[in-house]
Design a protein around this ligand. Structure first.
Ligand code: CO
Length: 472
């Protein structure tokens, strides 16, 4: 097993090793009892190849995308995994080396490569971050506007899609927000150039046509991984991690290393009306950084936003592969609630819990509305080597419950509601867990009320740590 090659103290580092095999398994061995009502598919996305030829990717966010499918049906679990055949993946396979820049890696291109491919070979379509439903299949997303379509059953790649509009923006978040009432998806794109701006876009269901509903001009755009929505508003948190657009265009550094942390600038919240595009306020608070908003809602008196907030941007370099694999430790976020009260320019802030919740999820029916529970993974220690438990935070009381196993490292927990259930936490959490002692991974099913384990189903290999997924 690969794990015997690794230092015993760094068992989680197996989750940052490449997985080459692609498999289809009709029946995984199941331990425990699956809820009889659990029926559907958990799709996961994440990096799975961290080198091409002799080239190594430098950051966790850079590895080539692989899709995983766990299908729950008739008391059993089937599994499949496949690399996403993005243009970037195919070009790397052909060339035998890394052919373009990623989040934290710059390609070492030859002179001939540069002539063929100025600007570091253009925008990546290595869509390893998230998955959304689209028509009769799915789109894999990353932070560029090149979604990659794939089949939800075979996981076969159908190709990189193009947006059906004239919007020219190199960046677009992978954390879309679907609004069932408006039959549209909202996202934020960042236009870069002599005039840069954040633009809120609306995409009608079943289309790839982005309509700009609001634009916010900015000289030095911030790095934005996600945003949030309420029933009425889109909320952008603008952290003081900012870039000069020319540095991105002409620089030779990895993408994210062009950004500068300027903590004497505040973090700003921009609130935009979903229908009119009008600004409903700009609010300031002391500098902080985040990847993920947990959820947001209007409570009548304020817009309430919960965020996995870091004091600064150190977490980005904490996630470089050599530091992670060496167990150098990662910064801890906390669960913070920001209240944006109309007529005031300062956001109110409260730390709800010091637990280091990341990859947060909430019950889908509570998204963009009032809610009580957040789920995620977390690390236990002051400066954890990696996240080693699944946690549930009661946002009303601040209390935290958790599930963990020795030398086991879970990923994002996805909440699946029990059909007919009315309580917010009546359902299960599904998470892919690396069992470092066994050298392999399994999907675990936890009762979301108690975090007690119902069942697990193991695959014969390790699954590298991924990011996001969905259940349908
Ligand atoms: Co994310």
């Amino acid at each position: 097993m690969v794990s015997t090659l690794l230092p015993a103290a760094a068992g989680f580092a197996l989750g940052l090793q490449s997985l080459e095999s692609e498999r289809r398994i009709e029946a995984l061995p199941v331990e425990g009892t699956l809820p009889p009502w659990l029926s559907g598919t958990l799709l996961r996305n994440g990096p799975a190849r961290f080198e091409v030829g002799r080239d190594n990717y430098r950051h966790w966010f850079d590895g080539l995308a692989m899709l995983h499918r766990f299908t729950f049906a008739a008391g059993g679990v089937s599994y499949a995994n496949r690399f996403l055949r993005s243009k970037r993946f195919a070009a790397a396979e052909r060339a035998g080396h890394i052919v373009g820049g990623e989040f934290g890696t710059v390609a070492q291109l030859t002179f001939a490569d540069r002539l063929r491919a100025p600007f570091g070979n253009g925008l990546t379509d290595n869509a390893n971050v998230n998955i959304v439903p689209f028509r009769d299949g799915y789109l894999a997303l990353t932070e560029t506007p090149g979604p990659v379509a794939f089949d939800g059953e075979t996981l076969e790649t159908r190709g990189t899609a193009k947006y059906d509009d004239a919007l020219s923006a190199p960046l677009m978040t992978a954390h879309t927000h679907h609004d069932p009432a408006r039959r549209a998806t909202f996202n934020v794109v960042i236009e870069m150039g002599r005039k840069s701006r954040y633009s809120v876009v609306r995409i009608p269901d079943g289309t790839l046509r982005r309509t700009v509903i609001a634009s916010i001009a900015v000289d030095e755009p911030a790095y934005l991984h996600a945003f949030s929505t309420t029933a009425r508003y889109v909320i952008i948190a603008e952290y003081p991690l900012v870039v000069r657009p020319l540095d991105l265009l002409f620089g030779r550094k990895p993408f994210i290393e062009n950004y500068r942390w300027k903590p004497d600038r505040a973090t700003r919240f921009h609130v935009v009306d979903k229908d009119t595009g009008a600004s409903a306020g700009v609010y300031e608070t002391a500098a902080f950084f985040a990847f993920h908003h947990i959820n947001a809602y209007d409570d009548g008196a304020a817009v309430v936003i919960d965020i996995c907030a870091y004091d600064d941007h150190a977490i980005i370099s904490d996630f470089t592969l050599d530091r992670l694999r060496a167990g150098a430790g990662v910064s801890r976020p906390s669960v913070r609630r920001y209240r944006l009260i109309p007529g005031r320019s300062a956001a109110e802030v409260e730390t709800i819990s010091e637990v280091s919740l990341e990859l947060p999820r909430v019950a889908p029916l509570r998204e963009a509305g009032p809610y009580r529970f957040a789920y995620g993974f977390a690390g236990a220690a002051e400066r954890p080597e990696f996240s080693d438990r699944i946690v549930k935070v009661d946002l009303a009381s601040g209390s935290v419950s958790s599930w963990s196993q020795t030398r086991s490292y879970p990923g994002e927990p996805v909440f699946v509601a029990r059909p007919g259930g009315t309580d917010e936490d009546d359902g299960v959490l599904l998470s892919v867990v690396l069992d470092a002692a066994a050298g392999s991974s399994y999907v675990v099913v936890l009762d979301a009320r108690t975090l007690e384990e119902c069942a697990r189903a193991a695959v014969p290999h390790h699954i590298p740590f991924g990011f996001h997924g969905i259940f349908r």
